[in-house]
Every structure is written in structure tokens, then in C-alpha cells.
Design a binder for this molecule. Structure first.
Ligand code: WT7
Length: 635
């Protein structure tokens, strides 16, 4: 039997060693024992990072939905697969069992097929966090269509760009969505987008909010009547291991988004195996990831990873602030959540609110806490650990990317001792490398450099849709024979990794290499500070100087601003050194953020550099309105 479920540290080290010494044997055993296949592979792995070309489980055949649904019907037919928590409190939660989900996916697959969707066709899904979103994703996989989920907070321009980039034939959307006390007219956004998308011949519309919308004759159809008539069985399309499963767009250093292509077999095996171990999932657990399925976190750790393990996975439609800042904690109590996986930005936002919002609820069901998306600062880590986990739930700081498909560096809870702000050790099968300025790998500990991965893992993206050259140039050309992540990291004395942030966020001040993350951490530890971002701006003597944008906590607002600035710089001086002191500090009401919560330093850099003529497209930001305010008061 393979070590599918790792339970203690020696076992981790033993399995890890085995996985990197004999990767093919290792992954073969996992694939053989824990998944169902229509045809066995001829070879486990073929790879060449120069081409670049990676094949896992060559010539194997499968359908991922048979692994996520059909095979559970014998043992888990009545177990809840998806636990849906609606935005509105008046609406009851829905417990969708494995047999019900299977039925809904089969019906949806029949609707797709009846509307002309064939294996290999691209289908754009633009839906809120409702069960139909998961059903649509799985139905595409069942018919062999390639889904491209676009986060339903993106503008019509962002949507049409993504639809056209991969020539989607169909769009699945809803009349609208609930978001806190607001509704959003999704169908209206789709209508505007489709004025620029001539290839889209059909639009299926979920009735979510019951609003009056325009239906275009011959193109648009309400989904429910089609489902009502659809057959309840659908034989899954047989897919090759390396057939594309989905495309998911992520932003790059240029304006054009990159359509990362993930394939069937390797993605399935790796997301399922990481889910089991990194969340220590057990049969009775109720797992909740607060991400949106519009991001890779939702694909891998709301839908595919959990369902491949027969887990109960929660889908939450709403926002953490509605009806008040206790909503997350309310849901944890209500559904007795055992694993809770969220983003540092959400933790910091909730930590700003009164502790009473947390204290009202019984959070004793929690066993594992997770974070993802950006480095977590110490203060937020401790708040999470003390107030949510009550110091008894390990925090898994999971490092990965849209491109990696699954988590690559993370503690295994109850196995790996954790250290705040450290993603700790590489997961099974993952071979990280830290590169120095000369492009050489640093093999010793206590070094800091650029993070690469030097051996393939099953869930890595295989290409950028329609642009393999860009895939090679972006990820495989900086360091020969290695996948370059774009992140910096340090490895400490015991071999733990700490992600220091994007290397494109590094600022050189007077010839010193400064990462933004540690300086921001230091600023954030000031008791009056809620959050901060620093960027470089041109300076006559130093080359670059540092400009800090700082959000104050409510308690800090009444304080004298000049004194605060001195204290912040004093703190940085103490913790990092005078070199990291800020030349300018601007107090701001908010920071421009992407929908996934990442600070858009590009915009702040332009403001700091007084170069605001061409800010680029800010319509996809979470909070475009703060940009003007920051510009008006720039120093
Ligand atoms: C970038 C990838 C992976 C799902 C969500 C984001 C940063 C991600 C961590 C972490 C420090 C992290 C990296 C990475 N990042 N997780 N635990 N600690 N940084 O996916 O939008 O593709 O972003 O997010 O910079 O490269 P993404």
C-alpha cells in the first residue's frame, strides 16, 4: 500500500525521499491505488523543460468525473458532497449528496451535448458561487469540453478578452448574483461582453435572483427548463491523460492575461493527494475553502481535490461582512467546519473588527486552518492562531500558483511543526531550488534567492493557451532546465522555506536588495497600522527610495500623523535597518487590490513616481475607487 495519508514527520521524510528518488514508481503507486482508470498508462513521466514538454501517465484514459462522482456512489451516495451556504440568511443551506450531484451533472452534460458542445470545445462559465457553478464545471469535464471559468466580478471587457482568447462557443451565466446586500446584473455584463464575441452561439442562463433580463432570440436560453427535460444518465467521455481539462486565466507582467492549460490525469492525482494530506481530511469532516471557484484555489480545493476524496465541501455565496463581520465564524459554528482555508487579506480585514464578532461563536469544531495567496504577516498569523484556532489548530501556510495547479510548499498539519510566516517544507514529490544572482543553484541552508522547481510534478500547467512560446519564455528561460516561479524565497537553518514575495516587487535602494514583504510586515506590526504597501520611486542619490501607503486602524486615526510617521520609521530601523526607512508615508483609506486580494503595486508605483497618465486598466480591481483618492493626496 502506498503512503496516501501521511501521519507523522518521519513518514513524511521517508515518503519525500522516496518520491524524489523514484518519482515514477512513487506516482504510479498513488495513481494505481487511489483512482479509477479506463486504460492504464504506458509510461508514468516523460519530460523536457527545454521544449518545454511534460507528459504524465502517457496514454492513460479516464474521466475525472468518474473519480469525483461515480465511484463514490457505492459507499457515499447519501453523503453530502456540496454544502451550499447562500448569501441571504432567509434562504436555507443546501446539502447536495453525491447521488444528487451525480444526477445534476449528468443532466447538465446532456444539456451541453444537446446544445452542440463536443469534446475539446471551450465553454466559458461566468457564474456566482452557487451549486450550478460546480455542476457546470463537472458537466464540462464529463462531456470532455474545456471549461474556462471567469470570476463573476470581472468586467465585461475582461470577460470578452477571455472568451475570445480561447474561442468559447458557449457561455453559462445567471440573471444576476447576490453580494452582501447588493445584487449584480451578471447577464447585463455578459450581453455587453458578447457584442465583441462573434464565436459564442449559445448562452445558458441560471435563474438566481429572479430579475427581468433581456434574452436574445436564438442565442439565450433559461437553463432550468432544459434540465427538467434532460436525461438523468450520461456516459462520461473517455479522455486522454493529457487532454486539456480546463483553461484558467492569470495575469502576467504584460497586460494580456495568460490562459493556463491544465490537463486531466496529473491534475487529478496531485490535487486529490495534496488535499488529503494538507488538510488531513477524514471521512466525517466538513471542509470549507472561502475562495471563489473563479480562481485556481476554488478549482483545485473546492471542486476537484475534495470531490476526488469523497469529501464534503462547502460553497459560500456571500461575503465575510454580510450581514456582519461575524459571518465566517457563524458558518463555522453552524456547519461544524473542521478545515477552514482562507486568504491573509481576509484575515487582516476581519482582525480589524471587534473581537466580539469572533467570540460570539463556537469554533471548537476546527482542526486545521489554512492560508493562501500571499505571504501572511506575523501579526495576522498570530491573530488567526489565537482567536480562530485557539492555539490548537495548526495553520497551513500553503504556497502555490495558478500555474502549479496544486499546493507545492506547505506544512502537513499535525505532522510538520509550523513557524509563523513560513510555508515550511516542500510537499511530496516537489523539488525546489533557490538560485543566486549568477543563476547558480544554492544548495546550502540559510540562503535567500529566486525560487525554482527543478523536476516536474503532475499538476503543472502544460502550456499557455495559443502561446507556447510565452509559456517557455515566462517559466523556463530564466534558468535552464528549471521552472521559474517569479517568487523569491529563503531557506532557513532547518530547511524551511519562507516566501518573500514576487521578485518583481523587489526594490533596490542604494544598491541593497529589499523585498517589499518584510518591510510591510514591520510596518504592520505598529499598533496603529491595519495594512500597508511599499513601492520604490526614483531618487537622485539612492537610485530608488521607498514610498509607503499605510491604512490606519480605527484606533490610529486620531493620532498625530507626523509622530506616527516617525514611529513607523523607527520600527523599520529597528527591525530591518535604516536602509529600509521610508522616504515618504501617505495614509490612505484603502489599497488598490486585485480580486484575489493582491495589492496592485504597479498602480502604486506609478502614483509614487508621479507618472499617472497611463495607469492601465483598473476596471478589474476590487476597489477602483480608492485610486483617485490616493492620487489626489499623493506626496
Ligand atoms: C502567487 C500566485 C495559489 C492560489 C492563489 C494565488 C503568491 C500564493 C502564497 C503563500 C506567499 C504566496 C506567490 C505566488 N502566493 N500563496 N502561501 N505565501 N505567497 O494564485 O494568483 O496564481 O498567485 O501568489 O507570489 O507566486 P495566483
Amino acid at each position: 500500500m502506498s503512503n496516501y495519508h501521511i501521519k507523522h514527520l518521519e513518514e513524511y521524510f521517508q515518503v519525500y525521499r522516496n518520491s524524489v528518488r523514484n518519482p515514477e514508481e512513487f506516482w504510479e503507486e498513488i495513481a494505481e491505488e487511489h483512482f479509477v482508470w479506463r486504460r492504464r498508462w504506458d509510461k508514468v513521466l516523460k519530460w523536457d523543460f527545454d521544449a518545454p514538454e511534460v507528459t504524465w501517465f502517457q496514454n492513460a484514459q479516464l474521466n475525472i468525473t468518474e473519480n469525483c462522482l461515480d465511484r463514490h456512489l457505492d459507499t457515499r451516495a447519501n453523503k453530502t458532497a456540496i454544502l451550499f451556504e447562500p448569501n441571504n440568511l432567509e434562504e436555507a443551506a443546501q446539502h447536495i449528496s453525491y447521488s444528487e450531484l451525480h444526477l445534476r451533472v449528468c443532466k447538465m452534460a446532456n444539456v451541453l451535448r444537446a446544445n452542440g458542445i463536443q469534446k475539446g470545445d471551450r465553454v466559458c462559465i461566468y457564474l456566482p458561487m452557487i451549486p450550478e457553478l460546480a455542476v457546470a464545471v463537472l458537466a464540462c469535464a464529463r462531456v470532455g469540453a474545456i471549461h474556462s471559468v471567469v470570476f463573476a466580478g470581472f468586467s465585461s471587457i475582461a470577460l470578452s478578452t477571455r472568451i475570445n482568447d480561447c474561442d468559447c462557443k458557449m457561455v453559462i451565466t445567471s440573471d444576476g448574483s447576490y453580494r452582501g446586500n447588493k445584487t449584480i446584473d451578471l447577464k447585463g455584463i455578459v450581453d455587453v461582453a458578447l457584442e465583441d464575441c462573434s464565436e459564442v452561439s449559445s448562452v445558458l442562463v441560471v435563474n438566481r435572483i429572479g430579475s427581468t433580463i433581456q434574452m436574445k432570440e436564438g442565442r439565450d436560453q433559461w437553463l432550468q427548463p432544459l434540465l427538467d427535460k434532460a436525461k438523468s444518465t450520461f456516459t462520461a467521455e473517455i479522455m486522454d491523460a493529457e487532454d486539456p481539462l480546463f483553461i484558467l486565466y492569470t495575469s502576467g507582467s504584460t497586460g494580456k492575461p495568460k490562459g493556463m492549460v491544465h490537463t486531466c490525469a496529473g491534475y487529478m492525482v496531485y490535487t486529490a493527494y495534496t488535499f488529503k494530506n494538507i488538510f488531513q481530511y477524514r471521512e466525517q469532516d466538513v471542509y470549507w475553502c472561502t475562495a471563489d471557484i473563479g480562481w485556481i484555489t476554488g478549482h483545485s480545493y473546492i471542486v476537484y481535490g475534495p470531490l476526488a476524496n469523497g469529501a464534503t465541501t462547502v460553497m459560500f455565496e456571500g461575503v465575510p461582512s454580510y450581514p456582519d463581520y461575524g459571518r465566517f465564524w457563524d458558518i463555522i459554528e453552524k456547519h461544524k467546519i473542521t478545515q477552514f482555508y482562507t486568504a491573509p487579506t481576509a484575515i487582516r480585514a476581519l482582525a480589524k473588527e471587534k473581537l466580539e464578532f469572533v467570540e460570539k461563536y463556537d469554533l471548537s469544531s476546527l482542526k486545521v486552518l489554512g492560508t493562501v495567496g500571499e505571504p501572511i504577516n506575523e501579526e495576522a498569523w498570530h491573530w488567526y492562531n489565537n482567536n480562530i484556532g485557539k492555539r490548537k489548530s495548526p495553520i497551513v501556510d500553503t504556497w502555490w500558483q495558478t500555474e502549479t495547479g496544486g499546493i507545492l510548499i506547505s506544512p502537513i498539519p499535525y505532522v510538520t511543526p509550523t513557524t509563523p510566516t513560513y510555508a515550511t517544507l516542500p510537499f511530496i514529490g516537489i523539488q525546489p531550488a533557490l538560485m543566486d544572482e549568477n543563476g547558480e543553484e544554492m544548495r546550502e541552508n540559510q540562503v535567500e534567492g529566486r525560487l525554482c522547481i527543478k523536476f516536474p510534478w503532475p499538476s503543472m500547467a502544460r502550456t499557455i493557451w495559443g502561446n507556447h512560446d510565452r509559456y517557455r519564455d515566462t517559466y523556463f528561460s530564466a534558468y535552464k532546465g528549471k521552472y521559474f516561479t517569479g517568487d523569491g524565497a529563503l531557506r532557513d537553518a532547518v530547511g524551511y522555506y519562507r516566501i518573500t514575495g514576487r521578485v518583481d516587487d523587489v526594490i533596490i535602494v542604494s544598491g541593497h536588495n529589499l523585498g517589499t514583504a518584510p518591510i510591510e510586515d514591520s510596518i504592520n506590526e505598529h499598533p496603529a497600522v491595519a495594512e500597508s504597501a511599499i513601492v520604490g520611486f526614483p531618487h537622485d542619490v539612492k537610485g530608488n527610495a521607498l514610498y509607503g501607503f499605510v491604512i490606519l486602524k480605527e484606533t490610529g486615526e486620531g493620532r498625530d500623523r507626523e509622530n506616527l510617521k516617525k514611529e513607523i520609521n523607527q520600527q523599520i530601523t529597528e527591525q530591518i535597518g535604516p536602509i529600509a526607512k521610508l522616504d515618504k508615508i501617505q495614509f490612505v483609506p484603502g489599497l488598490p487590490k486585485t480580486r484575489s486580494g493582491k495589492i496592485m503595486r504597479r498602480i502604486l508605483r506609478k502614483i509614487a513616481g508621479k507618472d499617472t497618465k497611463n495607469l492601465g486598466d483598473i476596471s478589474t480591481l476590487l476597489n477602483p475607487e480608492v485610486v483617485q483618492d490616493i492620487m489626489d493626496k499623493a506626496l
